[in-house]
Design a protein around this ligand. Sequence first.
Ligand code: ADP
Length: 444
Amino acid sequence: WGEYFFLSGASINNSEDDEEEDIVDLAANSLLNKLIRQSLVESTHRVEVLQKDPSSPLYSVKTFEELRLKEELLKGIYAMGFNRPSKIQEMALPMMLAHPPQNLIAQSQSGTGKTAAFILAMLSRVNASELFPQCLCLAPTYELALQTGRVVEQMGRFCIDVEVMYAVRGNQAPRGTDITKQIVIGTPGTVLDWCFKRKVIDLNKIRVFVLDEADVMIDTQGFSDQSIRIQRALQPECQMLLFSATFEDSVWQFAERIIPDPNVIKLRKEELTLNNIRQYYVLCDSRKDKYQALCNIYGGITIGQAIIFCQTRQNAKWLTVEMMQDGHQVSLLSGELTVDQRASIIQRFRDGKEKVLITTNVCARGIDVKQVTVVVNFDLPLNQTGEPDYETYLHRIGRTGRFGKKGIAFNMIEVNKLPFLFKIQDHFNSKIKQLDPDDMDEIE
Ligand code: ADP
């Protein structure tokens, strides 16, 4: 039996809220990805660079040695198991470590090595013998700040006497004395408070200012303005760095307001495709019928691991209970769990402890469970206007061309939803074949 986190009291009833699809929480998803990620995300694209001064030579490095880092820092990097700079780090690190310091805006999907890069920059610029904040990093949430701090501590484990302080809600600013730690990581509101009201951080002395997860940051009320107020009080020679996983216009506008004279580095995201995916649909009369079809498929083909997507929490719960009662090893990942609980469920699934993961949309984006070759849409993804949600469909079952394995996708369709399925088929111009669940031979 899979580990099944029963849901907290409020959500067991079938209130209207419960019917709602889980809302994708950017900060929570970002943290989740960090907690479960074990290695770099690969990319086939080339890094695009826009230099502030196009006439200055463009350096890239293939090794960490070329960066002439402090020995204890190099040791920390190797102890983390990093052998060579990631694609984005090859270009970003020489700029970030240059003399005089250069400002940088960098965008690449999560998992490509941005955090490691700016932590390296901060650690290489701190002076351990000076007991005041020298590097300031803004993060969108308490948990993300702590996560970044953990990496600072890992990478900096041989940098004796370098310490991290967290300026986050609930953490008291020291009274009457200044902060003596060199690196401060915090959320904008608390940092602002510590700088201007409590005056325990002197922004004049900050050498490196990092704004991490800019896309999540601008999504949070007030954070852009607070960040800009902090940035305005820095010295012009302070190095300013901004990172984002996505780059819509709004992020770009914010980045340009907050980072003066930047170099810009971008690494395009790997595109998802349906090319390597065999897609099927099974026509069903009811939810029970869908479940029966699912069982037939399950009995009919050898399935390693599968992810099953439902549109509502209620459906996901129902299906979980049904499958468990039939003796399947399943776990349920849904939006009402804490991020830590979700991370642990995904980790268990990745370790193969459960064969089936049932989820709503929380899991559809960004979280990659590479070994999964079977995806089931127990419900088709529909958007709020009741139209097919093409993007979500692609995220659920698509794979990146070069790194993705072949896959197979099943859509359980009630007759009245059939037009939506055809729309999806037309939209992607890719065939979704009808499957008779009593005759699995068709699949092979
Ligand atoms: P991002 O900030 O873009 O999401 P991270 O810096 O968190 O990316 O890196 C993603 C994962 O890859 C982390 O587990 C990190 O430890 C690892 N990583 C980062 N840089 C390297 C590298 N040069 N070599 C190997 N692993 C790396």
